[in-house]
Design a protein around this ligand. Structure first.
Ligand code: RP5
Length: 165
């Protein structure tokens, strides 16, 4: 599963996380960044997690985006087993609206960082944009695409609000 295929790995704890994590995939696709999405559960598929994290760098990935909800150990465990930068996305949980996910991911002990984003869709999109920013440090064309993406976003913001927008 860690054959060379993409610059960014998007991993998630469950199929149910895809509704959120697909926004990271869509954002990367929109900026022309190669990525692969995988279900890797820290709790249900621990061997898959181990194999993925240990092999991620050798497989050619440069950044990992990890989304999980509830007792969300996936980003932290992944970060513990790979030198690659790991961005964590707290998926909104039913019981606690993602606050459990957020606190599980953000409170890493010193020494093993996870760059933690906002809960839900915004976090997934921003994780992708951060991954792009990292890749753009060594890819001038990608840096240009990211700059254009941000300029287009700015262009879309009206100066004055409309009643029925
Ligand atoms: C976590 O448990 C997953 O990341 C998911 O957000 C949550 C619920 O998983 P399912 O019960 O929907 O598979 O491991």
């Amino acid at each position: 599963m860690t054959d060379r295929q993409a610059d960014v790995a998007i991993i998630m704890g469950s199929q149910s996380d895809w509704t959120t994590m697909r926004h990271a995939a869509d954002t990367l696709a929109g900026l022309g960044v190669s990525h692969r999405s995988l279900i890797v559960s820290a709790h249900r598929t621990p061997q898959r997690l181990y194999d993925f994290a240990r092999g991620a760098k050798a497989a050619g990935y440069k950044v990992v985006i990890a989304g999980a909800g509830g007792a969300a150990h996936l980003p932290g465990m992944t970060a513990a087993m790979t030198p690659l930068p790991v961005f964590g996305v707290p998926v909104e949980s039913k019981a606690l609206s993602g606050q459990d996910s957020l606190l599980s991911i953000v409170q890493m002990p010193a020494g093993i960082p996870v760059g933690t984003l906002a809960i839900g869709k915004a976090g997934a999109i921003n994780a992708a944009l951060l991954a792009v920013a990292v890749l753009a440090l060594t890819d001038g064309e990608l840096a240009g695409r990211l700059e254009a993406w941000r300029a287009a976003q700015t262009e879309k913001v009206a100066l004055e609000p409309e009643d029925d927008a």
